[in-house]
Write a protein that binds this ligand. Structure first.
Ligand SMILES: Nc1ncnc2c1ncn2[C@@H]1O[C@H](COP(=O)(O)OP(=O)(O)O)[C@@H](O)[C@H]1O
Ligand SMILES: [Mg+2]
Length: 192
């Protein structure tokens, strides 16, 4: 188990679930989806798990055109790999394959936070991820990343995996982060 950071209130169960999936020994890439209302600690928890495990975190920006989003993601990957400015993604296929390549020897979380912002100008992104994670695809079998898509819209994020959606049945982890309980919220806000 991965130790929960000392500055994180509550969330023992959620942390345990997340860290179990992130550190599971499944020998291929795995997909996860997290949602939950704003200001409930999604980003806080995801950054913490990435810090604790040497994972990759990327928070998307709203209203950014496709090429700029790819540029920002490329920059973040370059920084992560210790070669700033070197990584460039021409399109989303390349970008997702780049993420799959981030770890082939040990499981690490690879987080795309604010995922719905990315699909704003790339509606085909869920379908690209579906193909990238096809069951027998070599890059998927060689990869050990835990690709976690996160967003605040519970209906949008849930919709990624439901009905006729391309990613239906593809996720190894799904969590709707519960609203923080009142005593915990008061402590966070510094109210006795
Ligand atoms: N379990 C927690 N322990 C301590 N601080 C938390 C916790 N959850 C959330 N916070 C704080 O609450 C604020 C909102 O969290 P954030 O991660 O931005 O929410 P979200 O990503 O769900 O919108 C942040 O300032 C964060 O530091
Ligand atoms: Mg957030």
């Amino acid at each position: 188990m991965i130790d929960k950071p000392g500055d994180m209130f509550d969330r023992d169960w959620e942390w345990a679930q997340l860290s179990r999936w992130v550190s599971s020994t499944v020998e291929r890439a795995s997909l996860g989806v997290m949602s939950g209302r704003r200001r409930q600690g999604k980003t806080f928890m995801l950054q913490a798990i990435c810090e604790a495990t040497g994972g990759f975190y990327f928070g998307a920006t709203e209203n950014v055109p496709r090429q700029e989003a790819l540029r920002q993601l490329g920059n973040a990957v370059g920084d992560f790999l210790g070669s700033p400015g070197v990584t460039r993604f021409e399109n989303w296929q390349q970008a997702i394959d780049g993420l799959l390549s981030l770890s082939t020897d040990r499981p690490i979380p690879v987080v795309l936070d604010e995922f719905p912002y990315l699909t704003g100008d790339a509606k085909e992104l869920p379908s690209i991820i579906q193909h990238a994670l096809a069951p027998r695809r070599k890059l998927r079998l060689d990869s050990r990343i835990r690709l976690l898509l996160c967003g605040s819209s519970i209906s949008f994020m849930g919709g990624l995996l439901s009905g006729q959606a391309p990613l239906r049945g593809r996720a190894g982890f799904e969590m709707v982060l519960p609203v923080l309980q009142l005593p915990c919220r008061s402590r966070l806000l510094g109210i006795a």
